[in-house]
Write a protein that binds this ligand. Sequence first.
Ligand code: DLL
Length: 430
Amino acid sequence: MFWNREMETISGADLEALQLSRLKWTVHHSQNVDFYRRKFRDAGVTPDDITILADVEKLPFTYKKELRDAYPFGNIAVPMKQVVRIHTTSGTTGKPTVVSYTRQDLDNWSELIARNLTMIGLTDEDIFQNAVNYGLFTGGLGFHYGAEKIGATVIPSATGNTKRQIEMIQDFGVTAIHCTPSYGMHLAEVAEEMGATLDTLRIGIFGAEPWSENMRKELEERLGLEAFDSYGMSEMYGPGAGFECPEHDGLHIWHDCYLAEIIDPITGERLPDGEKGELVVTPLVKEAMPLIRYRTGDITRIIPEDCPCGRGKKIARITGRADDMLVIRGINVFPSQIEHTLLSIPDVGDQFMVYVDRINHLDEMTIEVEINRKSFSGELADLARLQKTVAGAIKEALNLRTTVRLVEPGSLPRFEGKARHVVDRRNEIW
Ligand code: DLL
């Protein structure tokens, strides 16, 4: 099903012409922002240098730090009275990045969510529980208006009070739920404890953090639904930029709204389709906060083949952020690889924490993982065997020796929003 068939399936010369005209508009429009004028001057380019799509490579990259340094409103390209909403990124240190929206931006954003939801089969018959934070985080309001646009019945349940969330699913006959994958796992856990069945649920939309194929299997089995991956970031409006279709093999980026490139994160060189690198995005219709070749920090690749669903090329599931990647004794490790490995061992649960320390100048990684009480027998000898199995599986997957600690079910932190599985203590001064 299509929400906007013409735009979703536009391809070939028509797509290129549309992208080029929108790119030219975006580049000119960016010149309303001081720091873009400065960047273009420093790079020796002008908006008129864009004559074909490939000219995008002449433009300088934009970095997260530049948007943050413009705090609060220095990255806005329209008069403030045209800004009808702001959100902010969840900066953990210092000031966050302010992201702003004109009325047209909000319309564009809900159009994208409407396309995504229609693509996965949601209609005005669905009852949609939006179990994400409704504040400055873009996941709440972003999905809310998109789901209303297609006429679904929206329950703005937000996060927290997990038992009540489960009662809502049952009492309101919820058919589709949106939350982070880690909160989805927690919902499953609490529903199992309550002995609650969630028969009406058929679709789960999970995003805002990396998750693995094994996690998909768990979510689908335990919640009894079909799980879809949703990707986005505040700077690109929020959720809606990338979304899985029923093929479940990569995420559609809306090509009429975003120009996507993959680059080598170290050299900045553009990589051919199929090769893994950092996603760089130039949104083509953003008014309040235009972005030029924005360095997302997210690692993925463009899948070279067109998707059979008719919506063109996709990007592969995001494996993590370039800055989430841990380098342990010279080996690159993404937390999503650890999660994937742990989920393949039935005797451990899905909850884990990773600690990285530097001991005697050597990086040491410790993984704490909860035992799965349901499948584990509880004998002491078995415990030692299980510990060995986990360490062996991690060694095989990552080629890395780790210390594994098995901990009691329920003892590790649960997350309502984005999970934080890694504590890197290498730079802490003791
Ligand atoms: O997380 C927007 C969002 C809300 C997306 C709800 C999906 C669902 P930020 O808080 O700005 O925005 O965080 C953006 O989160 O650069 C990725 O590193 C990560 N991320 C988001 N979705 C995924 C995903 C929202 N599906 C940052 N897979 C991005 C992997 C994801 N990582």
